[in-house]
Design a protein around this ligand. Structure first.
Ligand SMILES: NC(=O)c1ccc[n+]([C@@H]2O[C@H](COP(=O)([O-])OP(=O)(O)OC[C@H]3O[C@@H](n4cnc5c(N)ncnc54)[C@H](OP(=O)(O)O)[C@@H]3O)[C@@H](O)[C@H]2O)c1
Length: 368
């Protein structure tokens, strides 16, 4: 072997060893640590806590310190929360690459949940947009708890009067994802044909209604048992995936919002208009390691060779979008579909249900 060949071999072996080392480190689960005592003088509140990655059994209902609002923060007494697939991704620390951010071996942040709705109990001295007693909804990590503090400029908005706290709690992550998929990534225009794959889930039930509110002709894809549900929230056409593969149909779509990721990108291209867009919202094709990253990688490879656009989405919570959703909800253009409700101590059962991937709309957690 030449000297250059030997050097190349050493470099390749180095990369392989580094990759294997990273895989071992990222895949390692530290044992669960015991709960910590409350700091002296703290007021207790109940919250869902996890100190190690794993199945829903790692979740515990514990006493933690009730937070106090900083100058620019609002303290919200939570009436209802909701769960999303991201909660079980954090709980399991999967796909493993996310542990680079969420914590290697064990979670850096031990609290779970994002979506909440409740009543403002206290405000910091610089807060001007909210006052004590306001009904609000929003997104903040650690929302599976009795209280949460959030900066007033972050993802917080007044709850529309015509919806309940449970309905408002179901909105933030799923509806903002749907809004950003329809409005920003899909750039849906009146009269366009939009297909929503996974139309009966948390994101899908909002995406169908938001696409309708933006003037689209909407086709929903669901299993037989959910066809009527999705039709009832406004889908113009339904495809029952148990009977028909929509990628084999003759209809072409301007925008496909793909919450499932169960068809190859080239198959989606068969049913796209030449300038059509696929918004890749969900999918677990990359397995435990890279999960939802696999499709955007495939899309990046495919995109230079096709006229259609394949675009990923990482939804961002913000107050402007919450306010747009509040208007759609207040006008009755979007309704919240709630599947099941669980009390806070039963969050492990709620997550177990959501992980099965069969939720019809949203799963809500009721606080007492
Ligand atoms: N990119 C982002 O920023 C972002 C944000 C939020 C969520 N997500 C991802 O988006 C995906 C959807 O989230 P979600 O909250 O809607 O989840 P979800 O509520 O758990 O979705 C469950 C729904 O998916 C449907 N479904 C399962 N397999 C299907 C198939 N082969 N064809 C059509 N529908 C199918 C189920 O209906 P059936 O029982 O009838 O099959 C069920 O109604 C998840 O992968 C989530 O991680 C991404």
């Amino acid at each position: 072997m030449t000297r250059r060949g030997r050097i190349l071999g050493v470099v390749v072996a180095g990369f392989v060893l580094a990759g294997l080392g990273l895989a071992v480190v990222l895949g390692y689960d530290s044992p669960c640590e015991p709960s910590e005592p409350l700091p002296a003088g703290a007021t207790a509140m109940k919250a869902i806590v996890y100190r190690c990655y794993g199945p829903p059994e790692v979740l515990a209902l514990e006493d933690v310190a009730k937070p106090s609002p900083a100058r620019d923060e609002v303290l919200v007494r939570i009436e209802a929360a909701a769960i999303n697939p991201l909660d079980w991704h954090y709980m399991r620390g999967q796909p493993y690459f996310m542990r680079l951010f969420s914590g290697i071996g064990k979670p850096k942040v031990t609290r779970l949940g994002v979506d909440f709705a409740g009543t403002v109990e206290a405000v910091g001295e610089d807060v001007t947009r909210f006052k004590v007693g306001d009904p609000v909804f929003g997104g903040r990590s650690g929302a599976l708890a009795q209280y949460v503090t959030i900066r007033e400029a972050r993802a917080l908005a007044l709850k529309p009067e015509n919806i309940t706290f449970a309905e408002a709690a179901a909105v933030p992550v799923a509806a903002i994802t749907a809004l950003q998929a329809v409005r920003d990534k899909g750039a849906v225009q009146p009269g366009q044909k939009v297909l929503v794959n996974g139309a009966s889930g948390g994101v899908g039930t909002f995406a169908v209604q938001i696409a309708k509110a933006y003037g689209a002709e909407v086709t929903g894809v669901s299993s037989t048992r959910n066809v009527e549900l999705v039709r009832s929230i406004g889908a113009d056409h339904m495809i029952d995936y148990k009977q028909q593969d929509f990628t084999q149909g003759a209809q072409r779509y301007d925008v496909i919002i793909d919450n499932v990721g169960n068809h190859p990108l080239l198959a989606l291209r068969h049913v796209l208009e030449p300038e059509g867009v696929v918004v890749m919202v969900g999918g677990t094709g990359g397995g435990q390691w890279i999960g939802p990253l696999l499709r955007p990688i495939g899309a990046a490879v495919l995109s230079p060779f096709v006229s259609q656009q394949f675009t990923g989405l990482l939804a961002e919570l913000n107050p402007e979008d919450l306010r747009e959703l509040a208007e759609l909800l207040a006008a009755g253009q979007v309704k919240v579909v709630i599947d099941r409700r669980y009390p806070l101590p039963e969050v492990p059962a709620a997550i177990t249900y959501l992980e099965e991937g069969r939720a019809r709309g949203k799963v809500v957690i009721d606080l007492e």
